[in-house]
Ligand binder design. Sequence first.
Ligand code: ZN
Length: 97
Amino acid sequence: MNPNEDLEEKKLLGSGGYAFAKLTEKEELKASLGVPQIFLSNLGRLNEDRFTKYYCNKCAKEYPGSPSITYENPNEEVGQRIILVEKGEYTCEHVTT
Ligand SMILES: [Zn+2]
């Protein structure tokens, strides 16, 4: 990646909440697919150090840093000619009491 490329903090929607990560314009375009929302699952693999914070629906709380992300390779067909190459899902490490 070009280190001089501008990174912009974007909100990414995931299965258990949302996360904020710094994306290049190219990544943003690739992930947004023309819609205003960016889905984590459209983005593919993203290094954890790119994440700035995330919000967990379960805890109803925002946490700094990166969530733990699990990537699968389901290669499943989700619609007409759309293949999910990688499914990003993030899990919360905080245990609620
Ligand atoms: Zn949580």
